[in-house]
Write a protein that binds this ligand. Structure first.
Ligand code: AHR
Length: 495
């Protein structure tokens, strides 16, 4: 049996521009994300660019990562930026030492991370510690990174450390998960703290040379947003922000869709359960946005979903549990990625940025690496297939017969430079879907290019031994003819 539906593309109904930042990533100092993941060190035998794994950074660059969040996560809440500059860096416990008994030697610090951003062509997004350091400490970090050469003492220290010109860091988070690890605060208390920190941080971002260096714009400050689908935090922030707190440009919420069965050997029922959990993202976006716009904040504030992804039990990755939170990524994780990115595209007018958590050897990752090995996951391929949505204008789509979630299609479409990109996930793991395209407002092109990611086995995943078990195929298609999307398949159609 197969499912038949019509997919209507309404070129007359724009949903706004998809911020490229929606396709962002997150790299925390946790487990194997940096050490033996991204970072191998400048003296390593493993080919590297300024200490970063060459193979990995080249593949990452190919998917146009627009922005990279760093250094945490929870890691940020005990991070002292001074530990990560200059020679003789200290070895410390970090936030995660209590979980994995590993130490932080600070080999990667501010300069190295900003090197990485330059290599991959991503904008940096710093998460500032507001739990265990003062606002002045963070202001000094900004001074160190952003001040023009030859001006302040901290700018001269940066110059002595090898980077004369100021860095461009357009986004700064004020805290992380402050309802939890970041100080266990109440929303009202957090907003008082946010105002205290943001006032001091905002002050330095108003210095003309710093604005000029940031492309004539002020640096954007993001506040800690809601945990999962708990809206009490959003209400608290919005009420307090309504009275004051206009420095806030982003509400940085987190949603992990959790686990459903084993990360690799899940059942068909658990396939669907995982997708249902992922689909909750749409509700979370809409409800948070309703609260924010209900307080009239929508003019200066947008949603930032700076951690999202599946959170399976650890131990299924190649390090067999050594790297904290490392998990394998199957076709199911790829489908969660497609479903989530389609949701973001459809709600692009509400979203400033999103960052998949995390990039390497961790939750919902695009890469698994260790020693000489480095592979891409099915999730990586979805980011590659969807990258054309970045900066495009989202248009309305309607799918007929799309009511039963378990056998429905996840869809979004956008237009850029006269080309339409339509991305579809067939959520059914048992039935193929056949769609006929209908168009409103523009004729369909005579031919198009398709990229399909699918595998007969929904548990398929890439390993060091078999790195291309899940890899996309490309072919031409005729938009006027019905198109088959195999069960559990993800397709990107350009025409
Ligand atoms: O991504 C792992 C952790 O999940 C992050 O450090 C934290 O912000 C979240 O709870």
């Amino acid at each position: 049996m197969c499912l038949k539906s019509e997919l209507i593309l309404d070129f007359k109904k724009s949903r706004g521009t998809i911020s490229p930042m929606i396709y962002g990533h997150f790299s925390e100092h946790i487990g194997g994300v940096f050490y033996d993941g991204l970072w191998v060190g400048k003296d390593s035998d493993i080919p590297n660019i300024r200490g970063f794994r060459k193979d990995l950074v080249e593949k990452l660059r190919a998917i146009n990562p627009p922005v990279l969040r760093w250094p945490g996560g929870c890691f940020a809440e005990t991070y002292d930026w001074r530990d990560g500059i200059g020679e003789n860096r200290p070895v410390r416990y970090n936030w995660w030492t209590s979980c994995d008994n590993r130490y932080e030697d600070n080999a990667v610090g501010t300069h190295e991370f900003l090197d990485l951003c330059e290599i991959i062509g991503a904008k940096p997004y710093f998460a500032a510690n507001m739990t265990s350091v003062t606002p002045m400490h963070i202001r000094n970090w900004m001074d160190y990174c952003l001040s023009p050469r030859g001006t302040t003492t901290l700018a001269k220290e940066r110059e002595a450390n090898g980077h004369p010109e100021p860095y461009v860091i357009p986004f700064w988070g004020v805290g992380n998960e402050n309802w939890g690890g970041g100080g266990n605060m109440r929303a009202e208390y957090y907003m008082d703290e946010f105002r205290r920190y943001a006032e001091i941080m905002q002050n330095i971002t108003g210095i003309p040379a710093i604005i000029e260096n940031n492309g004539g714009k002020r640096i954007e400050l993001f506040a800690c947003g809601s945990p999962q689908d708990d809206y009490s935090w959003t209400h608290g922030i919005a009420q307090a922000c309504h009275r004051s707190g206009k420095q806030m440009r982003g509400f940085a919420m987190h949603y992990y869709c959790g686990a459903a069965g084993d990360p690799i050997t899940f059942t068909e029922a658990e396939w669907t359960q995982m997708l249902v959990q992922a689909q909750l993202m749409e509700d979370i976006i809409v409800r948070n946005w309703n609260i924010i716009s209900g307080h009239g904040l929508q003019e200066h504030l947008k949603l930032v979903i700076d951690e999202w992804g599946c959170w399976h039990p650890g131990g299924s990755g190649p390090s067999k549990g050594y790297n904290l939170f490392e998990q394998q990524s199957t076709m199911r994780d790829a489908m969660v990625t497609a479903l989530t990115l389609n949701i973001f595209n459809r709600h692009c007018e509400k979203i400033r940025m999103a960052n998949a958590a995390q990039l390497v050897n961790n939750l919902h990752c695009c890469f698994l690496a260790g020693g000489e090995n480095c592979i891409t996951t099915p999730t990586y391929h979805v980011f590659d297939m969807f990258k054309g949505h970045q900066g495009a204008e989202a248009i309305d789509t309607v799918v007929t017969d799309n009511d039963d979630f378990a056998s429905s299609l996840s869809v979004s479409a956008s237009v850029k430079d006269g080309k339409t990109l339509l991305t579809i996930g067939n959520l059914s793991c048992t039935e193929d879907a056949v769609i006929s395209l209908e168009s409103v407002g523009l004729p369909l092109a005579a031919k198009g290019q398709a990229v399909l990611l699918v595998n007969d086995d929904i548990h398929a995943h890439n390993t060091f031994e078999n790195p291309d078990a899940v890899t996309p195929v490309e072919f031409e298609f005729d938009p006027a003819q019905p198109i088959t999307i195999p069960k559990a398949g993800i397709i990107a159609l350009t025409f």
